[in-house]
Ligand binder design. Structure first.
Ligand code: NCD
Length: 336
């Protein structure tokens, strides 16, 4: 699959044959071709991951540290699988069992990881900006696996790859509606940066208390009425209520929330007939999404859920990011 903005020879813009950033801390500010470069690089790994033998030893001899200061299932597992499929030595650090619990500062933890000569560090942290702070201190590429409510770049990329596989390479003219706890969601922010950069129209829908005050600065169309937001949507992306980031009452009750903002089969019918349903997980079934929508194989008009495809694409995207960001370490063309 090729991207629309490559030149006729299938190359990227002159002088930009390699990804020019040392770390991946966010998608804000990336050029369209930089995002497409990572999506295109992931395609080979989608293929490999579907084979019985899923191993490529490109990163043999490199050490990758996954430092997770917050809970995770699919992101941690997929980064671990990605590193191992590329032949790297992968080590996981769980904050709950680390010296963080003994009062060590984030910088001291970062310097410790750095002293072990990691070749890439993958970090998830509850504070927005923590990953950039570490990226500025260490010598190797740093990949953001989610920092507070700031960004979750590999999620944005895997979602774009999922959309591209389902809907084709042309993002311009596509309408994507993201509904849920926009205020606290790093997934929403990375998807907004990614999809608007690629030319899609992005609608965001949330109750007033869960909509960021400055949302229009992100070049999206805000809605409080989910039924209105759904009209003409090619993709409907649902988000979990981020209770862990809420201090106080943001919604009346889960029942009331489902009534206004839950994706039911009836509501999905308001989107385009062949709409794609997405959710980054973990899902709260019966709150933001009903089970018969989350598990929708394909209805008569072509609407379907891509939630398990998102997980599949997640491994491929993380393989691409680890490969691309370690190219310079491996003596190949990479960040300057
Ligand atoms: C998301 C996250 O951690 O931001 N999960 C994920 O990485 N797939 C979304 C969430 O927790 O709701």
């Amino acid at each position: 699959m090729t991207s629309p903005n490559l030149d006729a020879a299938g190359r990227y813009p002159a002088g930009s044959a390699a990804f020019p950033h040392r770390s991946l801390t966010g998608l804000a500010g990336l050029a369209p071709w930089e995002i497409l470069f990572l999506l295109d690089e992931a395609e080979q790994w989608v293929e490999l991951n579907r084979q019985p033998h899923k191993r490529n030893d490109r990163l043999a001899g490199l050490t990758i540290i996954n430092a997770f200061f917050e809970n995770s299932t699919r992101t941690l597992l997929s980064f671990e699988i990605a590193g191992k499929r590329l032949g790297a030595d992968v080590v996981n650090m769980h904050a709950a069992q680390s010296s963080v619990k003994k009062g060590e500062t984030l910088i001291d933890t970062a310097m410790t990881l750095n002293a072990m000569h990691a070749d890439a560090i993958v970090i998830r942290h509850q504070s927005s900006g923590a990953v950039q702070l570490i990226a500025d201190k260490v010598d190797c590429p740093v990949l953001n696996a989610g920092d507070g409510q700031h960004e979750h770049p590999t999620q944005g990329l895997l979602d774009a790859l999922t959309i591209r596989h389902a809907k084709g390479a042309e993002f311009a003219g596509m309408r994507v509606t993201i509904c849920g706890d926009i205020l606290h969601s790093r997934v929403a922010r990375s998807n907004i940066h990614c999809l608007t950069t690629l030319g899609a129209e992005v609608r965001v829908c949330a109750p007033p208390a869960l909509m960021p005050a400055d949302i229009e600065a992100l070049k999206v169309h805000p809605f409080h009425d989910f039924d209105a937001a759904l009209v003409g949507s090619d993709v409907v992306m649902m988000l979990r209520l981020q209770q862990e980031r809420m201090s106080g009452q943001f919604i009346p009750s889960p029942r009331e929330y489902r009534h206004l903002y839950g994706l039911t089969l009836d509501r999905l019918a308001k989107a385009k007939g062949d709409a794609l349903v997405m959710h980054p997980g973990p899902m709260n079934r019966g709150v933001e999404i009903d089970s018969n929508v989350a598990d929708l194989a394909q209805n008569a008009s072509g609407a379907r859920s891509a939630i398990t495809t998102q997980v599949e694409m997640g491994v491929a995207i993380r393989m691409a990011c680890l490969d691309v960001l370690t190219r310079r370490t491996r003596g190949l063309e990479g960040w300057a």
